[in-house]
Design a protein around this ligand. Structure first.
Ligand code: WT7
Length: 642
């Protein structure tokens, strides 16, 4: 899979013009090395304004704490300090709404609305450390509300607007959140979707009372009901000035749910000082952003990527962030290029699944637009193959832009592995090495370093500032942080990887029961438990299969075994899909549902998903004699006609 013969490997060097002006140079990396870990993280922390400087960089006795003694406010760092520096007139957010509608917020305007909404939240009774849930699509009110929460020290919990009422209810209950900011509805491919009724359904199924604020996105008249209207709240508090609450570095900035290996979504908590340092530094060093730049991270703010690189990272650096409400192919497949051209975007950060879609639509679309403002491209979320990498650089980056392939996770807060665009050579298909100040390894089952060319699990071997707080504490580490033979600690990422002779890491996919369906992260068990909840279903197992046109790369394939007197027909298939949509959302609904009298199991009764994945992908199964019911795989293969 990875060619380790030196002659066959390809290097791409960043253009001289980029290297000359890059934020981070080879000399900076050297200084990082000289400072040593963890002291090397002092300089990145200087990108922020601290109310009180930290006593030390790291306290790693017992609970891990970054920047102990330090105090700061994220909203101050992302908004006020740029206004104070005389940059209030410059654009903070450039929003591209449905069908050509646009809105721009200068840093001054952003400050005004953040202050007004923070005042409104306070008046509603939101206090420091109260969790505020934000269930909003890609509209400017989402970052405004995030920053308003940060201003008053109330951790936000953003729930992706595509999630179902059930998924929202689980998250409201799990965080004991008594405040919900949502909207009446939003547009998707030109059609209006009702979000408010989903929010209402979620609120009634939560045990505690939830107070709602509703942004008006669809109508001019605020919908009647038992809630407050965002527009009224902001108007009533116009001109308010709310002193940013000075938070300890270790205090929570936000909570976010992700899919883990269990049937329940996993709650991840991020801190103020460590997280903000990490995302500001990586936005500066990897995305090469500065105050003059316009950055577009195309990820939804409902996911961690949008938190870190559409909101906190670029705004902490005083850049302009582009926010897009729509889909890349509506109304036309050149929509993104048109937005890049009009906004003169400098840095574009997207996912391989989107790049594969752009390839399919054709290079004539990016090539019919003036994309010369672009100077750096980034990708994240899943492995990118060499063909897509080159297509991206050639047709979007004019054959010149460096491309950074960045590896990270919800738990890491920000980028962990990547090349530095002004320092390192790039190798298409590999993410590169870990960033300065971060140490990773690829290890075998015993936690020992795997030699080049041999696959193992990617682990992080030392704490890093963006690490989720759950990983800092004994309990959180318990599951994921294991002691190796010689007593060292490691954070097991759940990803398989292999290093080549040059130390560049190539990602091979998940090692656990987390599914990556394109760049979205879902849990096998979560989907399966929704399916077995359907009447007439006895058992189910889901795997990822390669999709037919290879654009999404991966599709969810469910193997479902109905109860003995129940027919596996289209009606049941429909109920299976509906159940998953209801429990999680349409993104998790199986693309293929195959009925089978039983699932392949070991003699001890464990479902062997490996065989199901091989069947879904038409691969060779090898020896199946260790199964309790080997005949079932043969039946399944003939059923799928592969
Ligand atoms: C998983 C994390 C998008 C970052 C935040 C998404 C996969 C992420 C890469 C990459 C190969 C990647 C991993 C990881 N992943 N970036 N550049 N190359 N795989 O965070 O939803 O928590 O997903 O995304 O499997 O574990 P997430």
């Amino acid at each position: 899979m990875v060619d380790s013969s030196p002659d066959e490997r390809e290097w791409v060097t960043p253009p001289e013009s980029f290297v000359e002006t890059a934020n981070v140079t080879a000399a900076d990396c050297e200084a990082f090395r000289e400072a040593g870990w963890p002291e090397c993280w002092e300089r990145p922390a200087d990108l922020l304004d601290w109310d009180r400087s930290f006593d030390s960089v790291l306290d790693d006795e017992g609970t891990t704490r970054w920047f102990p003694g330090g105090r700061l406010n994220a909203s101050y760092n992302c908004v006020d300090r740029h206004v104070e520096a005389g940059r209030g007139g410059e654009t903070a957010i450039s929003w591209e709404g449905k069908l050509g509608e646009t809105r721009t917020y200068s840093y001054r305007e952003l400050a005004d609305e953040v202050n007004a909404f923070a005042a409104a939240l306070r008046e509603m009774g939101v206090g420091e450390d109260d969790v505020v849930t934000l269930y909003l699509p890609m509209i400017p009110e989402l970052p405004v509300a995030m920053l308003a929460c940060a201003r008053i020290g109330a951790p936000h919990s953003v729930v992706f607007a595509g999630f179902s009422a059930d998924a929202l209810a689980t998250r409201l209950a799990g965080t004991e959140s008594e405040y919900l900011v949502t909207c009446d509805g939003y547009y998707r491919r030109g059609a209006a979707l009702d979000l408010k009724s989903r929010a209402d359904n979620a609120c009634v199924s939560v045990d505690h009372a939830v107070e709602q604020v509703v942004v008006n996105r669809l109508d001019d008249d605020p919908a009647a009901g038992d809630h407050r209207a965002y527009a009224d709240l902001v108007a009533d508090h116009a001109g308010a000035e709310i002193e940013p609450v000075s938070r300890e570095a270790d205090d929570l900035l936000f909570l976010i749910y992700t899919s883990g290996t269990t049937g329940e979504p996993t709650l991840v908590r991020h801190t103020t000082g460590g997280y903000l340092t990490h995302v500001a530094w990586t936005s500066h060093a990897v995305l090469d952003l500065g105050p003059e730049d316009t950055h577009w991270c195309s990820a939804d703010v409902g996911w961690i990527t949008g938190h870190s690189y559409a909101v906190y990272g670029p705004l902490a650096l005083g850049a302009t962030t582009v926010l897009y409400e729509g889909t890349p192919d509506h109304p036309e497949t050149d929509r993104l290029w048109e937005i890049i051209e009009r906004n003169e975007v400098d840095v574009f950060y997207t996912a391989p699944t989107s790049i594969r879609a752009f390839m399919k639509w054709g290079e004539q679309h990016p090539e019919s637009h003036d994309l010369s403002s672009l100077r750096l491209l980034g990708t994240v979320g899943e492995p990118i193959d060499e063909t897509a990498w080159h297509w991206y650089r050639d047709h979007v980056g004019d054959g010149e832009c460096p491309v950074v392939d960045t590896w990270w996770q919800t738990e890491t807060g920000g980028i962990v592995l990547s090349t530095l665009p002004g320092v390192d050579r790039m190798r298409p298909g590999a993410v590169g090495k870990s960033l300065p100040g971060i140490e990773t390894d690829v290890v075998d089952e015993l936690g020992e370093s795997a030699p080049p060319g041999e696959s193992g699990q990617l682990v992080v071997t030392r704490p890093w500032p963006g690490m989720a707080r759950s990983l800092c504490e004994g309990s959180g580490w318990g599951a994921r942080r294991t002691r190796t033979v010689d007593g060292e600690w490691q954070y097991a990422t759940g990803d398989n990887a292999v290093r080549d002779e040059d130390g560049y890491v190539h990602l091979l996919g998940r090692a656990d029961d987390v599914l990556k369906v394109s760049d979205r992260r879902l849990s096998t068990t979560e989907i399966e438990s929704a399916i077995v909840g359907v009447e007439g279903v006895a058992e189910a197992a889901v795997v990822v299969g390669e999709d037919a046109d290879a654009v999404r790369k991966s599709e969810i394939h469910a193997f479902v075994s109905p109860e003995s007197n129940v027919a596996g027909d289209d009606a049941l298939r429909g109920r299976v899909r509906e159940a998953v949509e209801e429990a999680i959302g349409p993104i998790a609904a199986p693309d293929v549902v195959t009925f089978t009298p039983s699932l392949p199991k070991t003699r001890s009764g464990k479902v062997v998903r490996r065989y199901l994945a091989a069947i879904a992908n038409g691969e060779d199964l090898g020896d199946t004699s260790a199964l309790r019911n080997p005949e079932v795989v043969g039946e399944l293969e003939s059923l799928l006609d592969r």
